[in-house]
Write a protein that binds this ligand. Structure first.
Ligand code: KG4
Ligand code: ZN
Length: 331
């Protein structure tokens, strides 16, 4: 089965081909236009998707030496995401489906972050997934394909959002997450003891207190001190965020008794988190699934993979499907 995946939920226009479980192409056109604004501008994102979508899809097809008629189904992100951006991808996918008489598959972006793991790992159930992206921080119990139970959610900022907002306070350009990660590698994670909110109880998360604490700390210490100790401060922030994520995942494992754990979403590219997850899985004798870095942040290979899994189950959609901006409580 050959599936074309299309992703336009935020600021990456992406297309990918999967064939018989193998990724044949994975094209991502990132939108540099947002950098000067320090965050994604929805209107500009939609326009940039509109401008690049055909060439991105064409490149994915070309790299796989295919034409639209060779594809068996078209999988496309339905939500959550920016409404204008989703509309571009979904409308384009519908147009292709009509023109070439192909079935359409709507894909949940958050599902896709999880199932990206099955590009490189065998399917195993049940597992607990820690989904950490720019918009979501969730613990999910998955007992079978597309059978999910929400265990924990963020009460305020998502983990990626915390990395980005704190990075901005520290003067790093958007998106700051990867740069905080890079700087942390040269810093001392014990340099400053930032708060680990709600670490002792429950499976929900809160990161806004950490953000406020970093803001007060930088105001108190002054710009010169912050600049001179930027690597150490970044490492201490990363330690606080990853300690909370690791502790909550550990608690979820203890509560559910699963033998398999999974990391998903953009923040799973974080090197400190990957190390801590590795250690946790060794100590608790768990199988750990983490996507390789190219499948952690937004990409269309994860949409194509989830489309392939849905097609396998006969889960095709009508041309009437609508985009959705927000994630339902159960997905
Ligand atoms: O999953 P994703 O690409 O997009 C959403 O669906 O939100 O996640 C993007 C988030 C951003 O907040 C970005 O700063 C963060 O993932 N991120 C990282 C790293 N790479 C991406 N955060 C920390 N360390 C990284 N290496
Ligand atoms: Zn994402």
């Amino acid at each position: 089965m050959v599936i074309l995946g299309i992703e336009t939920s935020c600021d990456e226009t992406a297309a990918s081909i999967i064939s018989g479980g193998s990724i044949r192409s994975n094209v991502i056109a990132s939108q540099a236009v947002h950098e000067t604004f320090g965050g994604v501008v929805p209107e500009l994102a939609s326009r940039a998707h509109h401008k690049t979508i055909w060439q991105t899809v064409k490149q994915a097809l070309d790299e796989a030496s295919l034409q639209p008629k060779d594809v068996d189904a078209i999988a496309v992100t339905q939500g959550p995401g920016l409404m204008g951006s989703l509309l571009v991808g979904l409308s384009f996918a519908k147009g292709l489906a009509i023109s070439f008489n192909k079935p359409l598959i709507g894909v949940n972006h958050i599902d896709a972050h999880m199932y990206a793991n099955f590009i490189e790992h065998d399917e195993v159930y049940p597992f607990v997934a820690l989904i950490v992206s720019g918009g979501h921080t969730r613990l999910v119990y998955v007992d079978n394909l597309f059978s999910h139970k929400l265990l924990g959610d963020t009460r305020d900022d998502a983990a990626g959002e915390a990395f980005d907002k704190i990075g901005k306070i520290l003067g790093l350009p958007y998106p700051a997450g990867p740069q905080v990660d890079e700087r942390s590698k040269n810093g001392d994670p014990k340099f400053h003891d930032f708060p680990r909110s709600m670490i002792k109880k429950g499976l929900d998360f809160s990161f806004s207190g950490l953000k406020t604490s970093v803001l007060y700390y930088t105001q108190e210490m002054g710009d010169e001190f912050v600049n001179n100790h930027l690597d150490d401060i970044c490492a201490s922030v990363s330690a606080a965020i990853t300690d909370v994520l690791t502790a909550k995942l550990k608690r979820a494992v203890q509560q559910t008794g699963v033998k398999h754990i999974m990391l998903a979403g953009g923040v799973s590219a974080n090197s400190m988190l990957r190390k801590k997850m590795d250690l946790l899985s060794q100590r608790m004798h768990l199988t750990l699934m983490i996507p390789s870095v190219q499948y952690c942040t937004d990409n269309a290979a994860m949409i194509a993979k989830t489309g392939e899994l849905k097609a396998r189950e006969g889960l095709f959609d009508s041309l009437e499907i609508k985009p959705f901006a927000r994630l339902q409580s159960v997905f």
